[in-house]
Each structure stands twice: as structure tokens, then as C-alpha cells.
Design a binder for this molecule. Structure first.
Ligand code: PRT
Ligand code: MG
Length: 225
């Protein structure tokens, strides 16, 4: 769990796509600019206008791992990803700020026409496909509903269409993906946004460099609440 070595710039772990895009204004508010775009450049280590800060681009679900082990000093990850990560690997991550970016909802969804309420009411054992096994398990346990969870890594929307599952637990933002696949959201599991996460050792040994950035992100994101 050691922090990145002291002669290196601070390292911020991000995923490309919406989290990268929505983090750029927060960095700009801290006076930091990024000229390279990870969508077009294949670089995984991206410099910034600050000599003391570099970005690394990793899969969204790998961000907590890089930060927990100190390969990145800090990072930005969705609460969906953090919840699953922390359940399996508790400790080592400080989560100081809800950045209010990449907002969406974690929902239960079923095929249009499937009577979810009736199935739950009758105590039917539901087959639920999801990438968010931990959150799904907790949600259905709290409702007292028996489920068989099937772990998937993507394209959850397909599962009810081909008979793999009765329901899915997946992220919804515009609702366009559910609609295009003839699915409907029947329950909200959680409201999701992304949090800043910080390696606990880095926070102690590099706080003079980290704290001003944490404060700037915090101020900029308060405007998005
Ligand atoms: O894509 P990859 O497999 O590499 O990883 P990822 O899907 O975890 O990463 P990414 O970049 O897609 O998402 C990063 C984070 O953004 C997630 O962990 C969430 O916290 C957040 N976020 C916000 C979302 C969405 N909105 C979202 N809509 N993540 C995914 N989606 C997907 C959703 O899974 C569904 O397939 O978009 C689809 C639904 O979108 P709508 O607009 O059609 O409802
Ligand atoms: Mg994705």
C-alpha cells in the first residue's frame, strides 16, 4: 500500500469516456489542463499542464485497485464500482469528496410485460443478471426476495431478452438503452455519482500537494450538486 515514489508527479487514475470528460472541468477549475485525449491517443500515461500531476487511464473497475495499492495517489470512480470493490477489498481507500459527476441510477429492469410485482409477491425465485453482484445481493436481501445472481461483465440488457435472466440490475442514465431493448426499470437500487478516492499513505506523505487539489475539486463539484 505504499504511495507512488516522491520524485514522481502525483498520479490521478481515471477511466476514459464519461469520467475523463467530466473530470476535465474539475481539473480546469484547479488551473490544470490536459491536451491529450485518451480516446484518440493510445497513451496510458498522460501528462498535464502541471509538472506535478500526471494521469493514468485504466478500466473504470480497476481505478480503486490502482489507488488502493498506491500505484496512483488518487482517482475518480463511480459509487457502483466502489461499492463492489470495497466489499471485496476493504480498507486503504479514503473517499473524501462526492464529485457529483457521471450521475446515473442503479436499477432493477425487466422485459416489458414481465409482471415483476406479481413475481415478487408470489415469492418466485428470480434469476437476476448483473455486474453489480454485491449491490444486487444487498438490495434483494433487504426486500426479502430470493434471487439467483448471475454475474455478467457487460451488455446486461441482453440477458432478459434471450432467457438468461428474469431481471437485470444495471445503470440507467437517459433510459435509451432500456427502451431500445424493450426493457423497463421497475425499481431503483441506488443513486450513483463518482467520488474522489485517495490512497491513505499518499494522503499522509504527500498531503501538501494533494490537499489543494482535493479542495479545488471539492469547490468545483459543489457547483454541480
Ligand atoms: O465500459 P467499460 O466496461 O470499460 O467500463 P464501465 O462501463 O464501467 O465504464 P464507463 O466509462 O462506461 O462508466 C464509468 C462510470 O460512469 C460507471 O462506473 C458509472 O459510475 C458512471 N455512469 C454514468 C455510467 C452511466 N452513467 C451509464 N449510463 N456507466 C455506464 N452506463 C451504461 C449502462 O451500463 C447502460 O449500459 O450506459 C447504458 C445506459 O445508458 P442510457 O443513457 O441508455 O440509460
Ligand atoms: Mg461502459
Amino acid at each position: 500500500m505504499s504511495p507512488a515514489s516522491l520524485d514522481k508527479p502525483l498520479t490521478l487514475a481515471l477511466s476514459k469516456g464519461r469520467i475523463f470528460d467530466e473530470t476535465m472541468p474539475l481539473l480546469a477549475a484547479a488551473g490544470i489542463h490536459v491536451t491529450e485525449n485518451p480516446e484518440s491517443s493510445r497513451k496510458l500515461i498522460i501528462p498535464t499542464s502541471s509538472e506535478n500531476l500526471q494521469l493514468i487511464i485504466v478500466r473504470a473497475s480497476d481505478v480503486p485497485t490502482y489507488v488502493q495499492y498506491g500505484a496512483a495517489d488518487f482517482g475518480i470512480a463511480g459509487k457502483d464500482v466502489l461499492h463492489e470493490h470495497v466489499a471485496e477489498h476493504p480498507g486503504g481507500l479514503y473517499q473524501p469528496v462526492d464529485l457529483n459527476i457521471a450521475r446515473c441510477r442503479l436499477c432493477v429492469a425487466v422485459r416489458r410485460g414481465f409482471d415483476y410485482e406479481a413475481a415478487v409477491h408470489q415469492g418466485a425465485r428470480l434469476r437476476v443478471a448483473t455486474k453489480y453482484v454485491q449491490a444486487a445481493r444487498e438490495h434483494f436481501a433487504a426486500k426479502g426476495v430470493y434471487v439467483d445472481l448471475i454475474k455478467l461483465y457487460g451488455s446486461m440488457e441482453l440477458a432478459p431478452l434471450v432467457g438468461l435472466a428474469d431481471a437485470i440490475v444495471d445503470l440507467v442514465s437517459t433510459g435509451g438503452t432500456l427502451k431500445a431493448n424493450n426493457l423497463v426499470a421497475v425499481e431503483e437500487v441506488a443513486q450513483i455519482s463518482s467520488r474522489l478516492i485517495v490512497n491513505q499513505a499518499s494522503l499522509k506523505t504527500r498531503s501538501a500537494e494533494l490537499q489543494p487539489l482535493i479542495d479545488a475539486f471539492s469547490r468545483a463539484s459543489a457547483g454541480l450538486a
